[in-house]
Design a protein around this ligand. Structure first.
Ligand SMILES: CC(C)(COP(=O)(O)OP(=O)(O)OC[C@H]1O[C@@H](n2cnc3c(N)ncnc32)[C@H](O)[C@@H]1OP(=O)(O)O)[C@@H](O)C(=O)NCCC(=O)NCCS
Length: 219
């Protein structure tokens, strides 16, 4: 009989959470497909939450192994911009000239520039709206999906944000990540705004992927 539960994040979970972040970083598959540097990837996508706001983070555990997490930020203005975190790694460690990360970085620069010049679209920024100031990330390893962990991890975050008086939360996902979008709808999130093309990242067929913001009122 497996021992399965969700609990508050603890410092001892740090490495496992960072690893899950990487192993699920491409719409549930490994980020290795486009980004071969685990440290920078984990810093970009879970650094702020586990290092600065661990009280808003939860993990799903099976027999002492962490298999998933929900990472929250009560006030999104405080979170680190993943683009800036990635740029710091690029400058300090020369990632823009490295085989495993360079192509994605150059593609991002190309997309941002061509979107600006040809489509007149300014670079995307993290979503900030005082109606839904809190946000979250959730990722579960394949072995832990479809067993109710996602629902419990989301509910723990919602409970925390409610207790802290937040009026609402949002998340940013990829429109083409259909399973995740259906899951978030099942959890009560609604789609919000337009779905811009994302810079740098591509679908497996080479086409551009689209960003999607989903919101939930907590009042
Ligand atoms: C998306 C994810 C977090 C969902 O977690 P999960 O543990 O598989 O989901 P649960 O088993 O808790 O399902 C909760 C509810 O959502 C529903 N649901 C889950 N996936 C669904 C889908 N693809 N379509 C419709 N409903 C779905 C379930 O039926 C369940 O409904 P119920 O409450 O009526 O029983 C998980 O599959 C995952 O980590 N995927 C890969 C990473 C990812 O894409 N993360 C999101 C990035 S923004």
């Amino acid at each position: 009989m497996q021992n399965k539960f969700v609990r508050q994040y603890q410092a001892k979970d740090r490495q496992q959470v960072r690893e899950i972040c990487y192993l699920t970083g491409y719409m549930g598959d490994s980020a290795e497909i486009y980004w071969k540097d685990r440290e920078s990837f984990a810093d970009m996508w879970c650094g702020y939450y586990i290092d600065k706001e661990p009280q808003s983070c939860f993990v799903a555990v099976v027999d002492e192994k962490v298999v998933g997490y929900s990472l929250g930020c009560l006030e999104s203005r405080n979170a680190w911009d993943p683009g800036k975190v990635g740029m710091k790694h690029a400058l300090k460690r020369g990632l823009i000239f490295t085989k495993g990360t360079g192509p994605a970085m150059w593609r991002t620069l190309f997309d941002v520039s061509s979107d600006l010049v040809i489509k007149r679209k300014p670079p995307m920024k993290p979503f900030i709206d005082s109606r839904w100031p809190s946000h979250l990330h959730i990722d579960i390893l394949q072995e832990g999906r479809g067993t109710g962990f996602g629902k419990e991890l989301i509910n723990r975050i919602i409970d925390r944000f409610r207790q802290m008086g937040s009026p609402g939360l949002h998340l940013e996902t990829v429109l083409e990540n259909r399973n995740a979008v259906q899951f978030f709808k099942a959890m009560g999130f609604q789609e919000f705004g337009d779905t811009p093309e994302l810079p740098g990242i591509r679908a497996k067929d080479g086409s551009r992927l689209h960003g999607l913001v989903m919101i939930m009122d907590l009042n």
